[in-house]
Design a protein around this ligand. Structure first.
Ligand code: EPZ
Length: 431
């Protein structure tokens, strides 16, 4: 049982200005990518989140020297004296992005032994496309005591992904940087953090073109050298804060954003009658009156991001009318709706479609965070609700949002962490 719960006193409008942190998913790709360099890399704008702290444990387990200054959002990774190319399951299963260690070590040393990845339970999350890419580059792959072993001297290849996969695109790109000859990846994902990772790799000497399109060309090089790099802001945190502003009928200004990364969400918020404006690296969100129901279908970038489907569903619980939410990317990403029903939300699920019927009001309740973005959705619902909401399993939220509670409290919310008191029969005392 975790040692704290989040307690939210709802019904307050978010007003004021805050900033967006460095991107979680881009950082979880760029930091492992530093292992490809022969000497130190300094990475700036990294978010201080649990997944980064786990990644540091993995890098140190491999023998990399890691100097992490969270208050300065700065990390120096010196991978020049690695002592291992194996990541045990007890570390790899603590996050999804541990799979990037495979591509980095395979690219650098021609060998990697990594436990299966973990991550949010969003249904089955195989890595067959990652392994397909590595095999095409010449790696021999087999299992040994439940660990994945990859070995071989890599040669460039033409690889077409069977489906659009963010992790697969990045992971095979990592390995291909050091393969002998040219690699062409087709049917690639186009997320902003794929471009960011490719920009970092080119900064350390890789030769990658086309990241951000569905075709990426990579000319293998024999050596990559350390360099400084600053990761982009978090697209999904930006979207989560935009949705929270609208959900509380507030007026919020976000600094340090990249508005072009937010176009799919912005279009939907405008369709709902929410005022969104942007200039340079600033996005403003305002809502005074009710907002309309919509039809929402998650797609790969530049479509509506699956990671914002859950936060958006909180906003839809009080829309005028019934919204239709179609989750096309993951098999099971509606668990948060069961929890929101405890707060008075009305929704039904039919396969990959959720129907959310707007209600005039939510009320506070004890709820449990099912996963990272589902937890963020429950925070938003708690901000909207009348009364007090308790969120159990809140560490799922801390995995991917930097200082979320303090950012929201600076905008006028009242969120605090409270110890969980177990009563005589070992259960938590709830509201
Ligand atoms: C990344 O996950 C993100 N995680 C996810 O963010 C995000 O939801 C997802 O991309 C889609 O944008 C990180 O970057 C660490 P995929 P990933 O490979 O790489 C299937 C968050 O909340 N698939 O694009 O796992 C897969 O099962 C997290 O920050 C295969 O079948 O996503 C899924 O249904 C959640 N075989 C779909 O493709 C494969 O080899 C998309 O997965 C790979 C994927």
């Amino acid at each position: 049982m975790p040692d704290y719960k989040l307690v939210i006193e709802g019904g307050r409008e978010l007003r004021g200005e805050t900033y967006v942190s460095g991107g979680k998913n881009t950082s979880l790709a760029v930091v492992p990518a530093t292992l490809l360099a022969e000497d130190a890399c300094q990475i700036e704008n990294l978010p201080d989140i649990e997944d980064i702290r786990v990644l540091i444990q993995i890098l140190r387990h491999l023998g990399a020297k890691v100097d992490w200054k969270p208050e300065q959002k700065q990390m120096v990774v010196d991978p020049s004296q690695l002592t291992s190319n194996e990541v045990p399951f007890k570390l790899s299963q603590r996050m999804r992005a541990s799979y990037y260690i495979m591509g980095a070590l395979l690219g650098r040393y021609g060998y990697a032994k990594v436990g299966y990845p973990g991550g949010c339970d969003l249904g089955s999350r195989p890595i067959d496309q990652h392994l397909k890419g590595f095999r095409a580059l010449g790696a021999k792959i087999y299992e040994e005591n439940g660990m994945i072993v990859l070995e071989g001297k890599l040669k460039g290849a033409n690889i077409n992904f069977d489906m659009v996969t963010v992790g697969g695109t990045i992971n095979v790109m990592l390995a291909a940087c050091r393969a002998q000859g040219d690699t062409v990846l087709t049917n690639c994902a186009r997320e902003p953090h794929i471009v960011d990772t490719a920009n970092f790799l080119n900064r350390i000497g890789a030769r990658i073109r086309g990241a951000g399109t569905d075709t990426i060309r990579i000319r293998g090089v024999s050596k990559l050298n350390g360099a400084p790099y600053t990761v982009i802001p978090d697209q999904i945190e930006t979207g989560t804060l935009m949705i929270a502003a609208a959900a509380t009928r507030g007026d919020v200004v976000l600094h340090g954003c990249i508005p072009t990364h937010m176009e799919a969400l912005t279009a939907k918020l405008l369709e709902m009658g929410i005022l969104v404006t942007s200039q340079d690296d600033i996005i403003s969100v305002q809502l005074r009156q009710g907002h309309r129901a919509i039809r929402l279908s998650t797609q790969e970038y530049p479509g509506f991001p699956t990671d914002l489907q859950q936060p958006m569903s909180a906003l839809l619980t009080r829309a005028l009318g019934t919204s239709e939410v179609i989750e096309n990317i993951f098999d099971s990403r509606f668990k948060h709706l069961d929890e929101m029903r405890k707060m008075g939300a009305k929704s039904t699920i039919n396969g990959k479609i959720a129907y959310i019927e707007g209600v005039p009001e939510l009320h506070g309740a004890p709820v449990t965070s099912p996963d990272l973005r589902g937890g963020a959705a429950l925070v938003i619902a708690g901000l909207m609700a009348k009364g007090v909401t308790e969120i159990y399993n809140p560490e799922t939220i801390a995995r991917g949002y930097e200082h979320l509670e303090s950012k929201l409290n600076a905008l006028g919310s009242v969120i605090r962490r409270e110890p969980i008191i177990l009563n005589g029969n070992g259960h938590a005392n709830t509201l």
